[in-house]
Write a protein that binds this ligand. Structure first.
Ligand SMILES: Nc1ncnc2c1ncn2[C@@H]1O[C@H](COP(=O)(O)OP(=O)(O)OP(=O)(O)O)[C@@H](O)[C@H]1O
Length: 244
């Protein structure tokens, strides 16, 4: 019997990040995220969550260590090539949605394809709009949508180029409970139905409990890893690292 091992969607090896003012934001972080895995990153403010995500997504350059995105080491790439790789292989979802106010929902969703000069796959775009529940809003502008609807449009935009990984930075931070639940359910189905890899930074144990694995950070390190975490276990872990 042969065992097939898929290359990790993301691999960090000994990644450290120091800022000029002597701040050590990350210390020797190593991490593999498997294709089709949903990983949550938690930890107190200043523990290094955003820095870890930015290094893993190629938005920031580590001081030491190596980052592989879909098997490609990004350290040696030119800035232009790294930008291309990000466009091709990574989707982003932000707390503040970051939709373009003058474009319709549909044009916002297909924007990454236009930026990469790729022709939209119309069937895929239609499926995505349907999946995120915005078929009746596709011609509207973002200001005409609720926060939850805007975030669902942002998720469709993150998925449109079929990225290797979607990075979500506090995707439910600006939403009420119900809209947050819908957005989390949507992220979960992209993993379960589409095999999407998702890495999400969150302060909310209930949000992180939707992930397959949660990493808890403190002082620039991953200090705890919880598989199929419960919100109660995550809350206890956050108390241990001093978040609450
Ligand atoms: N551009 C920068 N220059 C200097 N120090 C920085 C910079 N960005 C982040 N830091 C510092 O690095 C450390 C880690 O910051 P980071 O933003 O990764 O934490 P975080 O866990 O995401 O915090 P939060 O939950 O508040 O967003 C902090 O001490 C922060 O002050």
């Amino acid at each position: 019997m042969s065992v097939v091992t898929l290359a990790p969607a993301i691999r960090l090896t000994g990644v450290a990040k120091e800022y000029g003012n002597g701040v050590v934001a990350l210390q020797q972080v190593s991490l593999d995220v498997a294709p089709g895995e949903f990983v949550a990153i938690m930890g107190p403010s200043g523990s290094g969550k955003s820095t870890l995500m930015h290094c893993a997504a190629g938005l920031d350059t580590p001081s030491r260590g190596e980052v592989l995105i879909g098997g490609t080491a990004i350290g040696g790439l030119s800035e232009t090539r790294r930008t291309e790789l990000r466009r091709e292989r990574i989707g982003f979802v932000f707390q503040s949605y970051n939709l373009v106010s003058s474009l319709t929902v549909r044009d916002n969703i297909t924007l990454p394809l236009r930026m990469a000069r790729r022709t939209p796959d119309e069937a895929w775009v239609a499926e995505l709009i349907e999946r995120v529940g915005l078929s009746d809003r596709a011609g509207h502008r973002p200001a005409e949508l609720s926060g939850g609807q805007q975030q669902r449009a942002a998720i469709a935009r993150a998925l449109v180029a079929r990225p290797a990984v979607v990075f979500a930075d506090e995707p439910t931070g600006a939403l009420d409970l119900r809209a947050a639940r819908e957005v989390l359910a949507l992220l979960r189905t992209t993993v379960d139905d589409l095999g999407q890899t998702v890495v999400m930074v969150t302060h909310d144990p209930a949000a992180a409990a939707r992930a397959d694995r949660a990493l808890v950070m403190a002082d620039g390190r991953i200090v705890e890893t919880l598989s199929v975490p419960s919100a109660a276990d995550l809350a206890a872990s956050l108390i241990r690292v001093g978040e609450v």
